[in-house]
Design a protein around this ligand. Structure first.
Ligand code: URA
Ligand code: CA
Length: 433
Protein backbone atom coordinates (compact mmCIF):
# COMPACT_ATOMS: atom_id res chain seq x y z
CA UNK A 1 0.00 0.00 0.00
CA UNK A 2 1.30 3.49 -0.85
CA UNK A 3 0.39 6.70 0.95
CA UNK A 4 0.42 8.51 -2.41
CA UNK A 5 -2.43 6.35 -3.72
CA UNK A 6 -4.51 6.91 -0.57
CA UNK A 7 -4.13 10.70 -0.89
CA UNK A 8 -5.02 10.58 -4.60
CA UNK A 9 -8.05 8.37 -3.98
CA UNK A 10 -9.48 10.71 -1.33
CA UNK A 11 -8.61 13.78 -3.41
CA UNK A 12 -10.76 12.27 -6.18
CA UNK A 13 -13.68 11.81 -3.79
CA UNK A 14 -13.53 8.01 -3.51
CA UNK A 15 -14.23 6.00 -0.37
CA UNK A 16 -11.19 4.67 1.53
CA UNK A 17 -11.26 1.06 2.72
CA UNK A 18 -10.84 0.02 6.34
CA UNK A 19 -7.34 -1.29 5.48
CA UNK A 20 -6.29 1.99 3.87
CA UNK A 21 -7.48 3.97 6.90
CA UNK A 22 -5.68 1.63 9.31
CA UNK A 23 -2.54 1.90 7.14
CA UNK A 24 -2.27 5.68 7.39
CA UNK A 25 -3.26 5.89 11.07
CA UNK A 26 -0.76 3.20 12.14
CA UNK A 27 1.92 4.60 9.82
CA UNK A 28 1.49 8.10 11.17
CA UNK A 29 1.44 6.96 14.82
CA UNK A 30 4.74 5.12 14.25
CA UNK A 31 6.32 8.09 12.42
CA UNK A 32 6.56 5.98 9.26
CA UNK A 33 4.48 8.47 7.24
CA UNK A 34 5.63 12.12 7.16
CA UNK A 35 3.56 15.12 8.21
CA UNK A 36 3.39 16.49 4.66
CA UNK A 37 1.57 13.44 3.30
CA UNK A 38 -0.88 13.35 6.23
CA UNK A 39 -1.44 17.11 5.80
CA UNK A 40 -2.40 16.56 2.16
CA UNK A 41 -4.77 13.75 3.14
CA UNK A 42 -6.38 15.86 5.88
CA UNK A 43 -7.03 18.64 3.37
CA UNK A 44 -8.53 16.09 0.94
CA UNK A 45 -10.82 14.84 3.76
CA UNK A 46 -11.71 18.45 4.59
CA UNK A 47 -12.99 19.01 1.02
CA UNK A 48 -14.28 15.53 0.10
CA UNK A 49 -15.77 14.50 3.48
CA UNK A 50 -16.07 10.88 4.61
CA UNK A 51 -18.86 8.30 4.45
CA UNK A 52 -20.35 6.81 7.63
CA UNK A 53 -18.23 3.67 7.17
CA UNK A 54 -15.04 5.71 6.72
CA UNK A 55 -15.81 7.75 9.84
CA UNK A 56 -16.37 4.60 11.93
CA UNK A 57 -13.21 2.97 10.55
CA UNK A 58 -11.16 6.10 11.21
CA UNK A 59 -12.44 6.22 14.80
CA UNK A 60 -11.65 2.53 15.37
CA UNK A 61 -8.14 2.89 13.91
CA UNK A 62 -7.48 5.84 16.26
CA UNK A 63 -8.81 3.87 19.27
CA UNK A 64 -6.47 1.00 18.35
CA UNK A 65 -3.46 3.32 18.04
CA UNK A 66 -2.96 3.27 21.84
CA UNK A 67 -4.15 1.83 25.15
CA UNK A 68 -7.80 1.01 25.79
CA UNK A 69 -9.25 1.07 29.28
CA UNK A 70 -10.88 -2.18 30.35
CA UNK A 71 -13.91 -1.53 32.58
CA UNK A 72 -15.30 -5.06 32.29
CA UNK A 73 -14.77 -5.66 36.04
CA UNK A 74 -17.49 -3.07 36.70
CA UNK A 75 -21.00 -4.46 36.86
CA UNK A 76 -23.69 -3.02 34.63
CA UNK A 77 -23.70 -0.80 31.56
CA UNK A 78 -21.05 1.92 31.96
CA UNK A 79 -22.09 5.26 30.53
CA UNK A 80 -19.84 8.24 29.95
CA UNK A 81 -20.81 11.82 29.20
CA UNK A 82 -18.88 14.29 27.09
CA UNK A 83 -19.38 17.99 26.58
CA UNK A 84 -17.84 19.80 23.63
CA UNK A 85 -16.87 22.50 26.09
CA UNK A 86 -18.67 25.25 27.87
CA UNK A 87 -18.05 28.09 30.28
CA UNK A 88 -19.06 27.42 33.87
CA UNK A 89 -20.23 23.97 32.85
CA UNK A 90 -20.86 22.30 36.17
CA UNK A 91 -22.93 19.41 34.78
CA UNK A 92 -20.47 16.57 35.44
CA UNK A 93 -20.29 17.39 39.18
CA UNK A 94 -24.06 17.09 39.36
CA UNK A 95 -24.65 14.27 36.90
CA UNK A 96 -22.12 11.88 38.44
CA UNK A 97 -23.89 11.50 41.82
CA UNK A 98 -27.35 12.07 40.29
CA UNK A 99 -27.24 9.16 37.84
CA UNK A 100 -25.28 7.00 40.30
CA UNK A 101 -28.14 7.48 42.77
CA UNK A 102 -30.48 5.62 40.38
CA UNK A 103 -27.93 2.82 39.87
CA UNK A 104 -26.08 3.91 36.70
CA UNK A 105 -22.37 3.12 37.13
CA UNK A 106 -20.21 6.15 36.42
CA UNK A 107 -16.52 5.38 36.04
CA UNK A 108 -15.19 8.81 35.21
CA UNK A 109 -11.71 9.45 33.90
CA UNK A 110 -11.15 13.14 33.92
CA UNK A 111 -8.51 15.72 33.23
CA UNK A 112 -7.40 19.06 34.56
CA UNK A 113 -8.62 22.08 32.69
CA UNK A 114 -6.73 24.36 30.33
CA UNK A 115 -8.04 27.91 29.85
CA UNK A 116 -11.38 29.23 31.21
CA UNK A 117 -11.93 27.44 34.52
CA UNK A 118 -10.53 24.18 35.80
CA UNK A 119 -11.58 20.72 34.72
CA UNK A 120 -13.78 18.41 36.78
CA UNK A 121 -10.80 17.25 38.85
CA UNK A 122 -9.72 20.80 39.71
CA UNK A 123 -13.26 21.63 40.81
CA UNK A 124 -13.51 18.53 43.00
CA UNK A 125 -10.14 19.27 44.57
CA UNK A 126 -11.60 22.41 46.08
CA UNK A 127 -13.24 19.99 48.53
CA UNK A 128 -10.58 19.61 51.28
CA UNK A 129 -8.91 16.18 51.13
CA UNK A 130 -10.54 15.00 47.91
CA UNK A 131 -8.08 13.24 45.62
CA UNK A 132 -8.13 11.29 42.38
CA UNK A 133 -4.77 9.57 42.83
CA UNK A 134 -6.28 6.14 43.42
CA UNK A 135 -5.19 2.81 41.98
CA UNK A 136 -7.14 1.15 39.17
CA UNK A 137 -8.23 -1.59 41.57
CA UNK A 138 -9.49 0.95 44.09
CA UNK A 139 -11.30 2.81 41.30
CA UNK A 140 -13.13 -0.33 40.16
CA UNK A 141 -13.95 -1.31 43.73
CA UNK A 142 -15.43 2.14 44.41
CA UNK A 143 -17.57 2.15 41.27
CA UNK A 144 -18.94 -1.30 42.11
CA UNK A 145 -19.70 -0.21 45.66
CA UNK A 146 -20.94 3.38 45.21
CA UNK A 147 -21.68 3.46 41.45
CA UNK A 148 -19.43 6.51 41.09
CA UNK A 149 -15.72 7.33 41.23
CA UNK A 150 -13.35 9.72 39.45
CA UNK A 151 -9.76 8.94 38.52
CA UNK A 152 -7.10 11.04 36.79
CA UNK A 153 -6.29 10.28 33.18
CA UNK A 154 -3.55 7.73 32.73
CA UNK A 155 -2.18 5.55 29.98
CA UNK A 156 -1.41 6.32 26.38
CA UNK A 157 -4.90 6.90 25.00
CA UNK A 158 -5.34 7.61 21.26
CA UNK A 159 -1.81 8.79 20.38
CA UNK A 160 -2.97 9.05 16.74
CA UNK A 161 -5.50 11.70 17.76
CA UNK A 162 -2.85 13.73 19.60
CA UNK A 163 -0.60 13.80 16.55
CA UNK A 164 -3.42 14.46 14.10
CA UNK A 165 -4.89 17.23 16.24
CA UNK A 166 -1.56 19.08 16.40
CA UNK A 167 -1.18 18.79 12.64
CA UNK A 168 -4.76 19.92 11.99
CA UNK A 169 -4.13 22.92 14.19
CA UNK A 170 -1.41 24.22 11.85
CA UNK A 171 -2.93 23.15 8.51
CA UNK A 172 -6.39 24.78 8.77
CA UNK A 173 -8.12 21.39 8.99
CA UNK A 174 -9.55 21.49 12.53
CA UNK A 175 -12.97 22.49 11.37
CA UNK A 176 -14.04 19.31 9.60
CA UNK A 177 -17.03 17.29 10.85
CA UNK A 178 -15.56 13.79 10.18
CA UNK A 179 -12.25 14.80 11.79
CA UNK A 180 -13.81 16.40 14.89
CA UNK A 181 -16.33 13.59 15.35
CA UNK A 182 -13.71 10.81 15.07
CA UNK A 183 -11.33 12.73 17.36
CA UNK A 184 -13.86 13.11 20.17
CA UNK A 185 -15.40 9.66 19.79
CA UNK A 186 -12.04 7.85 19.68
CA UNK A 187 -11.13 9.25 23.11
CA UNK A 188 -14.50 8.28 24.63
CA UNK A 189 -14.38 4.77 23.17
CA UNK A 190 -10.77 4.18 24.28
CA UNK A 191 -11.87 5.19 27.82
CA UNK A 192 -14.00 2.05 27.94
CA UNK A 193 -17.63 3.17 28.27
CA UNK A 194 -20.38 0.93 26.86
CA UNK A 195 -22.63 3.90 26.19
CA UNK A 196 -21.98 7.59 25.54
CA UNK A 197 -24.09 10.73 26.03
CA UNK A 198 -22.89 13.87 24.27
CA UNK A 199 -23.62 17.49 25.10
CA UNK A 200 -22.92 19.43 21.93
CA UNK A 201 -22.79 23.14 22.69
CA UNK A 202 -23.79 25.84 20.26
CA UNK A 203 -23.70 29.63 20.37
CA UNK A 204 -21.17 32.41 20.84
CA UNK A 205 -19.27 30.64 23.64
CA UNK A 206 -19.04 27.29 21.86
CA UNK A 207 -16.73 25.59 19.42
CA UNK A 208 -19.71 25.15 17.05
CA UNK A 209 -21.04 28.71 16.83
CA UNK A 210 -23.84 27.79 14.50
CA UNK A 211 -26.79 25.46 15.17
CA UNK A 212 -26.66 23.71 11.78
CA UNK A 213 -23.01 22.75 12.32
CA UNK A 214 -23.71 21.63 15.89
CA UNK A 215 -26.54 19.36 14.66
CA UNK A 216 -24.35 17.91 11.96
CA UNK A 217 -21.56 17.18 14.46
CA UNK A 218 -23.99 15.60 16.93
CA UNK A 219 -25.47 13.32 14.26
CA UNK A 220 -21.99 12.36 13.08
CA UNK A 221 -20.87 11.39 16.61
CA UNK A 222 -24.08 9.48 17.41
CA UNK A 223 -23.72 7.57 14.15
CA UNK A 224 -20.08 6.64 14.86
CA UNK A 225 -20.92 5.47 18.39
CA UNK A 226 -23.81 3.31 17.27
CA UNK A 227 -21.79 1.85 14.36
CA UNK A 228 -18.99 0.70 16.65
CA UNK A 229 -21.44 -0.86 19.10
CA UNK A 230 -21.62 1.85 21.79
CA UNK A 231 -25.15 3.10 22.36
CA UNK A 232 -24.86 6.87 21.88
CA UNK A 233 -27.27 9.79 22.33
CA UNK A 234 -26.81 13.56 22.18
CA UNK A 235 -28.25 16.84 23.37
CA UNK A 236 -27.63 20.13 21.56
CA UNK A 237 -27.59 22.87 24.17
CA UNK A 238 -27.10 26.61 24.29
CA UNK A 239 -23.76 28.24 25.07
CA UNK A 240 -24.61 31.76 24.00
CA UNK A 241 -24.32 32.63 27.69
CA UNK A 242 -22.72 30.76 30.62
CA UNK A 243 -24.64 27.84 32.09
CA UNK A 244 -25.98 28.48 35.59
CA UNK A 245 -24.64 31.44 37.57
CA UNK A 246 -21.20 30.40 38.81
CA UNK A 247 -17.89 30.39 36.90
CA UNK A 248 -14.90 29.28 38.98
CA UNK A 249 -13.89 26.08 40.72
CA UNK A 250 -15.16 26.24 44.33
CA UNK A 251 -18.03 28.51 43.20
CA UNK A 252 -19.15 25.81 40.79
CA UNK A 253 -18.91 23.15 43.50
CA UNK A 254 -21.24 25.28 45.61
CA UNK A 255 -23.59 25.59 42.64
CA UNK A 256 -23.50 21.80 42.17
CA UNK A 257 -24.38 21.34 45.87
CA UNK A 258 -27.34 23.71 45.48
CA UNK A 259 -28.51 21.88 42.38
CA UNK A 260 -28.23 18.46 44.03
CA UNK A 261 -30.49 19.82 46.78
CA UNK A 262 -33.06 20.89 44.19
CA UNK A 263 -32.34 24.62 44.50
CA UNK A 264 -29.93 25.16 41.64
CA UNK A 265 -30.30 27.49 38.65
CA UNK A 266 -33.16 26.46 36.32
CA UNK A 267 -31.02 26.09 33.20
CA UNK A 268 -28.36 23.98 34.89
CA UNK A 269 -30.99 21.78 36.53
CA UNK A 270 -32.88 21.30 33.26
CA UNK A 271 -29.76 20.40 31.29
CA UNK A 272 -28.66 17.91 33.96
CA UNK A 273 -32.09 16.26 33.91
CA UNK A 274 -32.04 16.04 30.11
CA UNK A 275 -28.51 14.61 29.86
CA UNK A 276 -29.09 12.43 32.92
CA UNK A 277 -32.27 10.96 31.39
CA UNK A 278 -30.33 9.92 28.30
CA UNK A 279 -27.65 8.34 30.51
CA UNK A 280 -30.28 6.40 32.47
CA UNK A 281 -31.89 5.09 29.25
CA UNK A 282 -28.52 4.20 27.69
CA UNK A 283 -27.69 2.28 30.89
CA UNK A 284 -31.07 0.52 30.60
CA UNK A 285 -32.24 1.68 34.03
CA UNK A 286 -35.45 3.07 32.49
CA UNK A 287 -37.44 2.34 29.34
CA UNK A 288 -38.17 5.88 28.26
CA UNK A 289 -36.65 9.33 28.69
CA UNK A 290 -39.80 10.36 30.53
CA UNK A 291 -39.52 7.53 33.07
CA UNK A 292 -35.82 8.29 33.48
CA UNK A 293 -36.48 11.96 34.17
CA UNK A 294 -39.04 11.07 36.84
CA UNK A 295 -36.51 8.84 38.61
CA UNK A 296 -33.93 11.63 38.60
CA UNK A 297 -36.38 14.32 39.72
CA UNK A 298 -37.47 12.11 42.60
CA UNK A 299 -33.85 11.67 43.75
CA UNK A 300 -33.23 15.42 43.65
CA UNK A 301 -36.29 15.92 45.89
CA UNK A 302 -35.82 13.04 48.35
CA UNK A 303 -32.13 13.73 49.07
CA UNK A 304 -30.76 10.54 47.47
CA UNK A 305 -28.66 12.44 44.90
CA UNK A 306 -27.30 14.77 47.58
CA UNK A 307 -26.43 11.83 49.87
CA UNK A 308 -24.72 10.08 46.96
CA UNK A 309 -22.57 13.18 46.45
CA UNK A 310 -21.48 13.11 50.10
CA UNK A 311 -20.69 9.39 49.91
CA UNK A 312 -18.68 9.99 46.71
CA UNK A 313 -16.63 12.80 48.31
CA UNK A 314 -15.96 10.77 51.46
CA UNK A 315 -14.90 7.66 49.55
CA UNK A 316 -12.13 9.64 47.86
CA UNK A 317 -10.87 11.34 51.03
CA UNK A 318 -12.99 14.49 50.74
CA UNK A 319 -14.55 16.36 53.64
CA UNK A 320 -18.25 15.66 52.99
CA UNK A 321 -19.33 18.26 55.55
CA UNK A 322 -18.77 20.92 52.85
CA UNK A 323 -21.99 19.69 51.28
CA UNK A 324 -23.90 20.92 54.34
CA UNK A 325 -21.57 23.86 54.98
CA UNK A 326 -20.38 25.23 51.61
CA UNK A 327 -18.63 28.09 53.47
CA UNK A 328 -15.91 25.50 54.24
CA UNK A 329 -14.93 25.62 50.56
CA UNK A 330 -12.06 27.96 49.63
CA UNK A 331 -13.31 31.57 49.79
CA UNK A 332 -11.85 34.58 48.00
CA UNK A 333 -10.82 37.58 50.13
CA UNK A 334 -12.83 40.16 48.17
CA UNK A 335 -16.34 40.13 46.76
CA UNK A 336 -16.79 43.00 44.34
CA UNK A 337 -20.08 43.80 42.65
CA UNK A 338 -20.32 44.99 39.06
CA UNK A 339 -23.10 47.60 38.87
CA UNK A 340 -25.13 48.07 35.68
CA UNK A 341 -24.32 51.37 33.95
CA UNK A 342 -27.85 51.74 32.55
CA UNK A 343 -31.32 50.32 33.08
CA UNK A 344 -32.85 47.93 30.55
CA UNK A 345 -32.76 44.26 29.62
CA UNK A 346 -29.63 42.14 29.44
CA UNK A 347 -29.22 41.20 25.76
CA UNK A 348 -25.74 39.65 25.59
CA UNK A 349 -23.42 37.83 28.00
CA UNK A 350 -20.53 36.56 25.90
CA UNK A 351 -19.76 33.22 27.56
CA UNK A 352 -16.16 32.75 26.52
CA UNK A 353 -15.24 36.33 27.44
CA UNK A 354 -16.60 35.70 30.94
CA UNK A 355 -14.50 32.55 30.99
CA UNK A 356 -11.47 34.66 30.12
CA UNK A 357 -12.35 37.14 32.88
CA UNK A 358 -12.49 34.24 35.38
CA UNK A 359 -9.10 33.12 34.11
CA UNK A 360 -7.68 36.63 34.64
CA UNK A 361 -8.76 36.30 38.29
CA UNK A 362 -6.78 33.03 38.50
CA UNK A 363 -9.59 30.45 38.06
CA UNK A 364 -8.08 28.86 34.95
CA UNK A 365 -4.74 27.83 33.55
CA UNK A 366 -3.01 29.94 30.92
CA UNK A 367 -0.43 27.17 30.40
CA UNK A 368 -0.40 23.48 31.34
CA UNK A 369 1.78 24.14 34.39
CA UNK A 370 0.11 27.24 35.89
CA UNK A 371 -1.33 27.05 39.38
CA UNK A 372 -5.01 27.80 39.73
CA UNK A 373 -6.79 29.66 42.50
CA UNK A 374 -9.78 27.48 43.44
CA UNK A 375 -11.59 30.24 45.33
CA UNK A 376 -11.95 32.93 42.64
CA UNK A 377 -14.45 33.48 39.86
CA UNK A 378 -17.70 35.17 38.94
CA UNK A 379 -21.28 34.72 40.09
CA UNK A 380 -23.90 36.13 37.75
CA UNK A 381 -27.04 37.76 39.14
CA UNK A 382 -28.57 38.45 35.74
CA UNK A 383 -28.93 36.34 32.62
CA UNK A 384 -30.05 37.19 29.08
CA UNK A 385 -33.64 38.51 29.11
CA UNK A 386 -33.53 39.74 32.74
CA UNK A 387 -34.41 43.34 33.62
CA UNK A 388 -31.84 45.44 35.41
CA UNK A 389 -31.87 48.96 36.86
CA UNK A 390 -28.92 51.33 36.80
CA UNK A 391 -26.57 50.63 39.72
CA UNK A 392 -27.96 47.15 40.37
CA UNK A 393 -25.35 44.34 40.51
CA UNK A 394 -25.01 42.36 37.28
CA UNK A 395 -22.63 39.95 38.96
CA UNK A 396 -20.19 39.54 41.84
CA UNK A 397 -16.46 39.13 41.26
CA UNK A 398 -14.74 36.82 43.77
CA UNK A 399 -11.10 37.87 43.86
CA UNK A 400 -7.99 37.62 45.98
CA UNK A 401 -6.82 40.97 44.61
CA UNK A 402 -8.41 44.14 45.86
CA UNK A 403 -8.27 45.96 42.53
CA UNK A 404 -9.71 44.25 39.49
CA UNK A 405 -10.15 47.18 37.10
CA UNK A 406 -9.01 45.26 34.00
CA UNK A 407 -11.41 42.41 34.84
CA UNK A 408 -14.29 44.87 35.31
CA UNK A 409 -13.44 46.50 31.98
CA UNK A 410 -13.53 43.11 30.22
CA UNK A 411 -16.85 42.24 31.87
CA UNK A 412 -18.46 45.55 30.85
CA UNK A 413 -17.34 44.89 27.28
CA UNK A 414 -18.88 41.40 27.37
CA UNK A 415 -22.33 42.27 28.74
CA UNK A 416 -24.82 44.37 26.80
CA UNK A 417 -27.99 46.02 28.08
CA UNK A 418 -30.67 47.25 25.69
CA UNK A 419 -33.85 49.27 25.98
CA UNK A 420 -35.79 46.92 23.70
CA UNK A 421 -37.42 43.61 24.52
CA UNK A 422 -35.18 40.53 24.83
CA UNK A 423 -36.24 36.91 25.17
CA UNK A 424 -34.16 34.39 27.08
CA UNK A 425 -32.50 31.99 24.60
CA UNK A 426 -33.71 28.39 24.38
CA UNK A 427 -31.62 26.01 26.46
CA UNK A 428 -32.04 22.75 24.51
CA UNK A 429 -32.25 22.91 20.73
CA UNK A 430 -32.46 19.24 19.95
CA UNK A 431 -32.07 15.75 21.37
CA UNK A 432 -30.77 12.90 19.23
CA UNK A 433 -31.52 9.35 20.39
N1 URA B 1 -12.16 18.54 20.41
C1 URA B 1 -11.52 17.38 20.13
O1 URA B 1 -11.26 16.58 21.02
N2 URA B 1 -11.18 17.11 18.86
C2 URA B 1 -11.44 17.95 17.84
O2 URA B 1 -11.11 17.65 16.71
C3 URA B 1 -12.11 19.15 18.15
C4 URA B 1 -12.47 19.41 19.44
CA1 CA C 1 -22.07 27.21 36.21
Amino acid sequence: MRMYDIIEKKRNGKELTKEEIKFFIDGYTEDAIPDYQISALLMAIYFQDMTDDERANLTTAMVESGDQIDLSAIEGIKVDKHSTGGVGDTTTLILAPLVASVGVPLAKMSGRGLGHTGGTIDKLESVPGFHVEISNDEFIKLVNKNKVAVIGQSGNLTPADKKLYSLRDVTATVNSIPLIASSIMSKKIASGADGIVLDVKTGAGAFMKDLTDAKELAHAMVSIGNQVGRNTMAVISDMSQPLGFAIGNALEVKEAIDTLQGKGPDDLTELCLTLGSQMVVVAKKAESLKDAKELLEANLKNGEAFNKFKQFLESQGGDASVADNPELLPQAAYQIELPAKTSGKVSTIIADELGTAAMMLGAGRATKDSEIDLSVGIVLHKKIGDSVTEGEALLTIHSNRETVEEVKEKLYQSIAITQGNVNAPSLIYDTIT
